[in-house]
Design a binder for this molecule. Structure first.
Ligand SMILES: Nc1ncnc2c1ncn2[C@@H]1O[C@H](COP(=O)(O)OP(=O)(O)OP(=O)(O)O)[C@@H](O)[C@H]1O
Length: 612
């Protein structure tokens, strides 16, 4: 499986640090002020008092009065609504224009797309304030021009962000599939691209509000924004500025309001962004009632997984209550047809389940530590992931040795020279010929097998306790496959790490692994020692997988034996045994009631009513 999920951040929950609380309180107060300000202080803000013209602070007018004797504190409090509404309008205009500009290249023909991209690039390079002033002057002095100006200044940033996010989604497998199916570009955009990039864009919207508020105040202060008799904070600042040396409070009032609102929006935006950048939260199901628990932790196991569930919105649960453990020096093979949930299991272990999937478990421990409590650094050191496509796992722009060295530099703070030396040593350890020279090459200069060796070597740069290899040889030819499998065995034996090997090929799994876990429709249906596969497999699904393998006696002129029927989609798994509709042994009970995984002789467990 390719990790082709969500490109941008996702807000799980905001950590309520002091700055986040301060931001939320300020923004909340601003919102209340915007609603009630004009109602409460509106009359006072407009009351002209010829006897109190141009006064400084007094008990009656804490921020002084303006040239018509109007109370400046009341005017600052009333101006909040207009200032915030204008900022909101400018942000929305900028965001809308930016999203349109950012998505246009996906629907336009190549030449039009290049033109739009070039324009966006030029606009991004243009100073925002100049763009805002230029647009405001062209659109006409006043609030409308200022809003359009600030909108124009915001738009290029949004367009660039949209382009970047859309490009990430456009590279995903599901968009490629939709393209191949001939889905029109506009539909790909609205169905596949926009829904997947909406959240980071909304997040950016929140962050842009503070900037828009300050920008609009700046425009009004320069005389390009709100014009009398209307007033916003910027306008009040503009009016009060000439008096700053005599009665500074008349300018400091609106200045403080602008600064406070800007700080509030920025603090809250930062808190949201930080929440989005954190790894997805993990939901633990309630502890199983006594008697139903999956047993005591497997003492000494490197990987302990109990009751692992991966769910997607809409009820699809591709992994349903999976439990497995892997001991040091052991390789467990996870096998099953395409779509049985193998890759999502691996992704859940590495914290890589794509958005909007959620992961739940009773226990998920790596080297004795709950994976959810591990920092990225700890996880990156203890877990090595080897994927199907080594080219996708290596940065094409960097030399192989440099990429490997980076792991040691970032994770362990190793010096550059030492890290490079270790990278060459690891490349040698995975039997890459002439590792010194190869380390100075780019990934495209290596063959597929060499790249996969380099990816394995990259995993060995830390001190991996678990090596998860997800179909690592599928993209390689048969001879190279064998070499890579031998290498994995050697690496696990040599390092004492544990191995989780994922494959749809039960023959390969049987050859490489110590233990085999067979998955069907998100559940484990059988678990047994690899050397018992041929003779001891009990579940009809495992037996069907073995029977579908060709051997020397297979008549090659006939189609290979397959398993009739198809695996149910994750959202359509019924209450009984998911394999029942395809099973020759199935009884009525099988369709109605799901069999649990129970012991079937030593070291073997099977979930089948007919064999247990
Ligand atoms: N991001 C996703 N959103 C929704 N469903 C998903 C997502 N990723 C995977 N699935 C579904 O979960 C199921 C299991 O997928 P998974 O990739 O784990 O299967 P697999 O056994 O590894 O298959 P393969 O060998 O083809 O990779 C599939 O039915 C798939 O459609």
């Amino acid at each position: 499986m390719t990790q082709s999920g969500r490109p941008g951040p996702r807000v799980k929950s905001v950590r309520w640090s002091a700055p986040a609380v301060a931001g939320a309180v300020i923004v909340g107060l601003m919102a209340v002020l915007a609603v009630v300000g004009p109602m409460v202080w509106g009359a006072a803000a407009d009351r002209i008092d010829a006897a109190a013209i141009l006064q400084g602070a007094s008990s009656e007018h804490p921020l002084g009065t303006d040239n018509l004797g109007r109370d400046l504190l009341a005017r600052v409090l009333v101006a909040g609504r207009y200032s915030l509404l204008l900022a909101l309008a400018a942000t929305l205009i900028g965001a809308f224009a930016g999203v349109v500009l950012g998505t246009l290249p996906s629907v336009l023909p190549a030449r039009g797309a290049r033109l739009v991209t070039g324009t966006v690039n030029a606009l991004v390079a243009f100073p925002g304030l100049l763009l805002a002033m230029f647009t405001a002057v062209v659109a006409g002095l006043g609030a409308r021009g200022a809003v359009l100006g600030i909108g124009a200044a915001i738009a290029p940033g949004f367009a660039r962000l949209t382009q970047t996010l859309a490009a990430t989604v456009a590279g995903s497998d599901y968009v490629a599939a939709a393209r191949m199916l001939g889905v029109p570009r506009r539909r790909i955009l609205t169905r596949h691209v926009l829904p997947n990039i909406a959240e980071p864009l909304i997040l950016n919207l929140a962050q842009s509000l503070g900037g828009a508020l300050l920008g609009l105040a700046g425009m009004s202060f320069l005389g390009l924004g709100v014009q009398p008799p209307d007033f916003d904070w910027g306008r009040l600042l503009f009016d009060g500025f000439p008096r700053i040396y005599v009665t500074p409070e008349v300018a400091l009032g609106p200045a403080a309001a602008i600064a406070l609102a800007g700080i509030g929006f920025n603090l809250l935006g930062d808190a949201l962004a930080r929440a989005a950048a954190r790894t997805p939260a993990v939901r633990r199901p309630p502890a199983a009632p006594p008697g139903e628990a999956a047993g005591e932790p497997d003492a000494g196991a490197v990987l302990e997984v109990e009751d692992l569930t991966v769910t997607f919105p809409g009820g699809a649960t591709p992994v349903r209550g999976l439990s497995l453990s892997v001991a040091p020096g052991e390789i467990v093979g996870l096998v099953g047809e395409s779509g049985s949930g193998k890759s999502l299991t691996a992704a859940a272990i590495g914290g890589l389940v794509p958005y909007p999937g959620t992961v739940g478990y009773a226990r998920l421990r790596l080297a004795g530590q709950d994976v959810a409590t591990m920092t990225g650094k700890e996880l990156g050191t203890a877990l090595a992931m080897v994927f199907q496509d080594p080219l996708a796992a290596l940065n094409p722009a960097l030399k192989v040795g440099g990429q490997l060295a980076e792991v040691a530099v970032v994770h362990e703070g190793t010096g550059r020279a030492e890290a490079r030396r270790r990278a060459v040593a690891r490349l040698g350890q995975v039997h890459l010929p002439d590792p010194e020279a190869r380390s100075r090459q780019h990934p495209h200069e290596l063959s597929g097998g060499m790249r996969q060796r380099a990816v394995i070597a990259m995993g060995l740069m830390g001190t991996p306790r678990l090596i998860v290899a997800d179909e690592p040889t599928t993209a390689l030819d048969v001879t190279v496959q064998r070499q890579i499998l031998r290498l994995l065995r050697e690496v696990v034996d040599g390092s004492g790490a544990a191995g989780l090997f994922i494959s749809h090929d039960i023959a390969v799994v049987g050859e490489l692994c110590d233990r085999v876990v067979v998955m069907y429709a998100g559940r484990v249906v059988e678990e047994l020692p690899a050397d018992r596969l041929a003779e001891g497999a009990a579940h009809p699904y495992t037996r069907a997988l073995i029977a579908s393998l060709p051997d020397l006696d297979t008549d090659r002129s006939r189609p290979l034996a397959g398993i009739p029927g198809v695996q149910p989609a994750p959202a359509q798994v019924g209450p009984g045994c998911a394999f029942a509709p395809r099973c020759a042994l199935a009884s009525e009970r099988c369709s109605a009631e799901r069999p649990e995984l129970v012991a079937h002789g030593p070291a073997q467990r099977v979930a089948c009513w007919e064999v247990s």
